[in-house]
Design a protein around this ligand. Sequence first.
Ligand SMILES: NC(=O)C1=CN([C@@H]2O[C@H](COP(=O)(O)OP(=O)(O)OC[C@H]3O[C@@H](n4cnc5c(N)ncnc54)[C@H](O)[C@@H]3O)[C@@H](O)[C@H]2O)C=CC1
Ligand SMILES: O=C(O)C(=O)COP(=O)(O)O
Length: 528
Amino acid sequence: MKVLISDSMSPLGEKILTDAGLEVDVKTGLTPDELKEVIGEYDGLVVRSATKATAEIIDAAENLKVIGRAGIGLDNVDIPAASQKGIVVMNAPDGNATTAAEHAIGMMMSLSRNIPQATASMKEGKWEKKSFMGRELTGKTLGIFGIGRIGAIAANRAQGLKMKVIAYDPHMPKEMVDKLGVELVSVEELAKRADYITVHVPLTKETANALSTEFFTNMKKDAMFIDCARGGVCDEEALYKALVDGEIAGAALDVFAQEPTTKENCPLLGLKNFICTPHLGASTTEAQENVATAIAAQVAEYLTKGVVVNAVNVPSVSDDVLAQVGPYINLGEMLGSLHMQIAKGGVEEVSIEYSGELAELNTSPVTVAFLKGLFTPILKDAVNYVNAPVIARDRGIRVIESRSDSSSDFVNVLRIKVVTNEGENVLVGTVFGKNEPRLVRLNTFRLEAQAAGPMLLVYNNDVPGVIGALGTILGKNGVNISRMTVGREDASSQNIILCSTDSVISKELLEEVKQLDNIDDALALELV
Ligand SMILES: NC(=O)C1=CN([C@@H]2O[C@H](COP(=O)(O)OP(=O)(O)OC[C@H]3O[C@@H](n4cnc5c(N)ncnc54)[C@H](O)[C@@H]3O)[C@@H](O)[C@H]2O)C=CC1
Ligand SMILES: O=C(O)C(=O)COP(=O)(O)O
């Protein structure tokens, strides 16, 4: 079998693949057309972030069985297209965390002491001692936006530099953050108190452009901003304005909305108080050896033995188990994703009840799939079918499983309650036919919904005219409703409406929907 390594990578990865008996070609810098031409020859493709494994490439990949990402982010891989072709997509989410955190600390020091600017000045033949007055880090406050793996390492290193560390992460329980010696604060407090802000969240629906004018205006005028996580989390136009208007003193970016980045597509590059690196967060020998060896071992294991490790689109279970519980794995993952999207506050406890015939099966892969679904909206590519239970444990989330052999209305029922620090939700699902997952209860509302793709969930009063008004406003905004289910609450005048739409509901449209008469609340949901 043949594997193509299409991005620059530690040679240790290639060695692992050839030692496993695979034929390996290393061809970096291929154009999309060149890749499309050769991809048909390969059973495996190993990438970093430069190669774009688009639907078109995947379509041309006649023999491809696995795509391995040496690193975390899978933004460059069309996962639904791969899943549709039965191609396993896997990543190596652990190997570069320390290196990425160190890069953020390096950026903080460079900003504080004007190291890049002073280097450039000396190289121009100048000796500008007075222009580059710096600032000490000791005693200053570092604010961490997203305290997961990398955020926690950055916190630890900053504490070593005698900094006070505060963090904002609405999905992290306070006790876990306390254990790191870090104070958990609101997003406003983070902006207002920190002397330096460093970003360590994935790009999700919730984090896209989350750091914008309001955040920068709340920051101290002499504070500095660092983002080594993902382009698109920080609104680059707002950052530009904040730097020019003196709302903040400096900024450092390693990641950009558009990469590769130039002065033409990113005016920040023209500012003196802005420093940058070309997505170097994971680029150390150590991290590259970690991720290359991990992904090569995973790809070799799959191609030679059929064993799936760290896949984001295929559960790690045998074919026998998959044949029995496969449809419930899809149901579990769907309920997990919906739960996180409707939950308010940080998750503390999950109770999963298996009833009916399902109670007699090996349901542990369903629990894992539920947890993967639960974390995907907030952690994105960092969660997979292997590490989801570990993430739950590390976040102090209690996972309680129970079984009952009776199920009221359906042959099989999966009932899942998620408790957060702000309340709880119950979702009930079942599988119709061979593989048709359905949501049949959302808290007290009974319904029968085929949840998929972009959706709009509306809580409304059960009075005439609501559906008409909703249809009109979506229609006016060019949003087509492909399916609509109304859920009734027993013995009350409340309804829910779940619409599947052909396009994603924008924030602005969602606000308009919320303003309609007799609508109490509305949420834009998405299942990918
Ligand atoms: N520049 C580079 O080369 C590299 C960038 N990265 C990126 O760094 C980021 C962080 O990676 P990890 O720490 O491994 O991920 P992680 O999944 O361990 O942590 C992410 C944290 O963000 C939190 N979060 C999610 N939504 C949030 C929100 N709306 N507000 C505040 N916090 C929120 C989560 O609860 C979680 O604790 C990812 O985007 C990853 O792709 C990772 C490696 C290298
Ligand atoms: O692992 C990640 O998510 C990264 O951002 C690193 O990207 P790279 O492998 O350096 O192209």
